[in-house]
Design a protein around this ligand. Structure first.
Ligand SMILES: Cc1cc2nc3c(=O)[nH]c(=O)nc-3n(C[C@H](O)[C@H](O)[C@H](O)COP(=O)(O)OP(=O)(O)OC[C@H]3O[C@@H](n4cnc5c(N)ncnc54)[C@H](O)[C@@H]3O)c2cc1C
Length: 377
């Protein structure tokens, strides 16, 4: 099968790029698993937080907002964003540490300082004596990840794109001006390869003979537990802490919690670590009024980083017509609308769409060449 663009990986990154690219030429998206979204995309905390990550990540997430709020007609049956809010709690004695958080809030998306009693009113699950003060970010939203991902996949199909699941690309060869990809006995040819393989993007780069970008996968664990009987947590904000990487948030009437772990690990179908969960349960019972007798479910997902924690979007300098869309870290869902457009713009016209350029997102900041020869994440 011969196409213009072969997208490897049908998570949120590949799906967004394939959807946008389908307007520019023929696109085949290949996914190793039997269903798209099985890895990081189906395992996230599903939050849209503008004030998260470094300055470039924030610009990218901000630039996604319009798409989330006003997706194209027919893209999704439900809103892609719903208000959640986010509290960052400082224990008594730690209040001064909130200043760093208040200082980084973006104009128009301010973060407010709350007293202990106001913070406790918003998050009644907390033990009152564990709250000294808090920063509150009202603009944080829940993302309907399934609706976003399905919207991209459906729109991609409507635009004439083709998705093939259950095919793991195991060989890439550039010959006579085209890429030749194989998965077992199946062979595909394309002018351009888009590497959206998430934690496996480094392996795909190696198959193509591309330059080394130092991508590192890190495990993050999550659990779901029941809230205390009679406590409606539906309107509670997400809660994180100046003194800990752990956080929790409401999830369909229950509580999702994560220790905020980032353990380097080889790309794989990652599973939660029992010790991480035990430590998390102990911490939750110390900070909140939760008494955890049963864990309703648990999972782990991979977040993939390069050294500067900025995504990698651009053509490789070594492998011809080989495009990187990798290193989305802990922001890949909220960045997807922008990065899908950025990738399609660069691939089909050689530049980002003009609204992205005027927002201050420059191609060199995302280009893989910034990473050559540097340290790994
Ligand atoms: C616990 C957790 C919480 C998170 N919370 C948030 C959050 O609140 N907000 C946010 O924006 N982000 C969050 N993230 C990050 C976000 O989930 C990721 O950045 C995003 O899902 C990355 O998407 P992706 O498409 O690049 O990767 P993936 O979803 O992993 O997709 C890559 C795909 O490539 C396929 N693939 C790999 N190798 C091959 C091959 N050889 N051939 C064919 N296919 C291949 C894989 O099977 C996979 O389906 C979180 C992540 C985790 C783990």
């Amino acid at each position: 099968m011969q196409v213009d663009y072969l997208v490897i990986g049908a998570g949120i990154s590949g799906a967004a790029a394939a959807y946008e690219l389908a307007l520019a030429g023929s696109v085949l998206m290949i996914e190793a698993e039997t269903a798209p979204g099985y890895h990081s995309t189906g395992r996230s905390a599903a939050l849209y937080t503008r004030n998260y990550g470094g300055p470039i990540v924030r610009l990218i997430s901000q630039a996604s907002y319009d798409f989330f709020l006003h997706p194209p007609a027919g893209f999704a049956e439900r809103p892609l964003l719903t208000p959640r809010g986010s509290l960052t709690i400082a224990a008594p004695g730690e209040e001064a540490r909130l200043e760093a958080i208040l200082a980084v809030s973006m104009p128009g998306h301010e973060i407010d300082l709350l007293s202990a009693s106001d913070a406790h009113r918003l998050a009644p699950l907390m033990r009152a004596d564990r709250v000294g003060a808090a920063a509150y970010e009202p603009g944080v939203m829940d993302i309907d990840v399934a609706a976003l991902h399905h919207g991209y996949l459906r729109g991609f199909k409507q635009r004439g794109g083709r998705l093939l699941c259950g095919k793991r690309i195991d060989k890439l060869e550039h010959r006579d001006g085209d890429w030749h990809a194989t998965s077992g006995d199946y062979a595909f040819s394309a002018r351009v390869i888009v590497n959206a393989a998430g934690a496996w993007a480094g392996q795909i780069g190696a198959l193509a003979g591309a330059a080394e970008i130092g991508l590192m996968a890190k495990r993050r664990t999550a659990i779901i537990v029941e809230p205390p009987a009679g406590l409606d947590v539906g309107a509670m904000p997400a809660v994180d802490f100046v003194g800990s990487d752990a956080y929790f948030k409401p999830d369909a009437g229950r509580i999702m919690a994560s220790p905020g772990d980032q353990t380097p690990i080889e790309p794989q179908d990652v599973q939660p670590d029992e010790l991480d969960i035990a430590v998390l349960v102990d911490w939750l019972e110390h900070e909140t009024t939760l008494s955890i007798r049963r864990i309703a479910s648990s999972w782990a997902g991979l977040r993939s980083f390069v050294a500067d924690d900025v995504p990698v979007v651009g053509f490789d300098d070594k492998a011809p017509d080989f495009f990187w869309l990798a290193g989305q870290g802990g922001y890949g869902i909220m960045m997807a609308p922008t990065l899908g457009r950025a990738a399609a713009g660069l691939i089909s016209t050689g530049t980002f769409p003009s609204d992205l350029r005027t927002s201050g997102i420059v191609t060199s900041a995302l280009a893989p060449s910034r990473l050559y020869g540097g340290p790994t994440a």
